[in-house]
Design a protein around this ligand. Structure first.
Ligand code: NAI
Length: 319
C-alpha cells in the first residue's frame, strides 16, 4: 500500500469546464508528481494558477497541437474531457460529430507519446468515444483493453447521492453499482444491490432509476445553455483517476464501475464493476442477480448500446 513512485498525469481539455477543476483535484492527489495540462488554448493561465498550490505535483501547461507530444510524453494516466458539452435539447449522441474527431486525434497522440498509459475517457458520447479510441489505438498497435476506460463514475456518484437522500442514509457510506453505458437508458443503477440495503417500492425504484439516467439532463437544463455537469464530473473524474493510480501503485481490492471492453453481455463494451490492478483492468465482475425490473432495463438498452458502439467503430475504421 505504500507509495512506490509518483505518476505523470495529463489532462486533455484542461482549460474547459471539467478540465479546470479536474486539474485542481489532480494537483491535490499525493500520487501525482507531474501534472500536464493540455488544451488548444488557455492552459498557460490555468497551469500558472494551479501550480501555486503547495502540493508536490509539478504543473506544466501546454497549448496547441505543437505541444501535445510534450504534454503526453511518458504519461502514466491520461484524462480526456476535451470536446463540446451538451446544450438544452441535445442528447449525448448529438455531440458525436464534433467529439469523435477530437477524441480520435488525441488518442492517436497517446499511441505515439504514451502507449502504455491508462486512458480515462470522459468526452461524450462515452458509449462511442471509447470504441473510437480502441480502434484508433488498435490501428497503431497500441491497444491494451485493460488500460482503456470510459468514465461512468458520475452515474455512480449521482446514484449514491439520490439513493442516500431518498432513504435517509449517510451518503458517504452508500454504494450503488451502475452498469451498462453512459447515456439515457443505457445507464442502469442496480438498486437491488445497493448497500446499506433499504426497502423501496416499485415506484420509488423507478423514480430513482430515471433520475440517475436523467441526472445529466437535469444539470444541462438548470445551466440553461451554459453547458453540462462540470464540477460533479471533475469530482467523479478525480475519484476514478485516483482509483486507477492507487491500483497502479499496488493497492489491492480497488473496485470501480467503468465502461471497458467486456464479455459480461454481448455488447463489446459495457460498464460493470471492475477490480483495478497495476496494469489496469484486473477482473471484470458479472452483474450478479438482477430483479425483473433491472433485467428489463438491461434488455431494453442493448440495441442502443450496440448501435453506439458500432457507430464509434465504423467512424474509426473510416479514418
Ligand atoms: P468545455 O467546452 O467547457 O471544455 C472542453 C474543452 O476541450 C475546451 O477547453 C476546449 O478548448 C477543449 N478542446 C476542444 N478540442 C480539443 C482538442 N482537440 N484538444 C484538446 N482540448 C480540446 O466542456 P466540458 O463541460 O468541460 O465537457 C467536456 C466533455 O465532457 C464533453 O464532451 C461533455 O459531454 C463530457 N462530459 C462527460 C461526462 C461523463 O460523465 N463522462 C459528464 C459531463 C460532461
Amino acid at each position: 500500500m505504500t507509495q512506490t513512485r509518483g505518476y505523470k498525469v495529463a489532462v486533455l481539455g484542461a482549460a474547459g469546464g471539467i478540465g479546470q477543476p479536474c486539474g485542481l483535484l489532480m494537483k491535490m492527489n499525493p500520487l501525482v508528481t507531474e501534472l500536464s495540462l493540455y488544451d488548444i488554448a488557455g492552459t498557460p493561465g490555468v497551469a500558472a494558477d494551479v501550480s501555486h498550490i503547495n502540493t508536490a505535483a509539478q504543473v506544466k501547461g501546454y497549448a496547441g497541437d505543437a505541444e501535445l507530444g510534450a504534454a503526453l510524453k511518458d504519461a502514466d494516466l491520461v484524462i480526456i474531457p476535451a470536446g463540446v458539452p451538451r446544450k438544452p435539447g441535445m442528447t449525448r449522441e448529438d455531440l458525436f460529430k464534433i467529439n469523435a474527431g477530437i477524441v480520435a486525434g488525441l488518442t492517436e497522440a497517446c499511441a505515439t507519446h504514451c502507449p502504455n498509459a491508462m486512458i480515462n475517457m470522459i468526452s461524450n458520447p462515452v458509449n462511442s468515444t471509447v470504441p473510437i479510441a480502441a480502434e484508433v489505438l488498435k490501428k497503431r498497435g497500441a491497444y491494451d483493453p485493460k488500460k482503456l476506460f470510459g468514465v461512468t463514475t458520475l452515474d455512480v456518484v449521482r446514484a449514491k447521492t439520490f439513493y442516500a437522500e431518498k432513504n435517509g442514509l449517510e451518503t458517504a457510506k452508500v454504494d450503488v453499482p451502475v452498469v451498462g453505458g453512459h447515456a439515457g437508458i443505457t445507464i442502469l443503477p442496480l438498486l437491488s444491490q445497493a448497500t446499506p440495503k433499504a426497502e423501496m417500492d416499485a415506484a420509488t425504484i423507478e423514480a430513482l432509476t430515471k433520475r440517475t439516467q436523467d441526472g445529466g439532463t437535469e444539470v444541462v437544463a438548470a445551466k440553461a445553455g451554459k453547458g453540462s455537469a462540470t464540477l460533479s464530473m471533475a469530482y467523479a473524474g478525480a475519484v476514478f483517476a485516483d482509483s486507477c493510480l492507487r491500483a497502479k501503485n499496488g493497492e489491492a481490492g480497488v473496485v470501480e464501475c467503468t465502461y471497458v471492453e467486456s464479455n459480461v453481455t454481448d455488447a463489446r463494451f459495457f460498464a460493470s464493476k471492475v477490480t483495478l490492478g497495476k496494469e489496469g483492468v484486473e477482473t471484470i465482475h458479472g452483474l450478479g442477480e438482477l430483479t425483473p425490473y433491472e433485467k428489463a432495463g438491461l434488455d431494453g438498452m442493448m440495441a442502443e448500446l450496440n448501435d453506439s458502439i458500432n457507430k464509434g467503430v465504423e467512424f474509426a475504421k473510416a479514418l
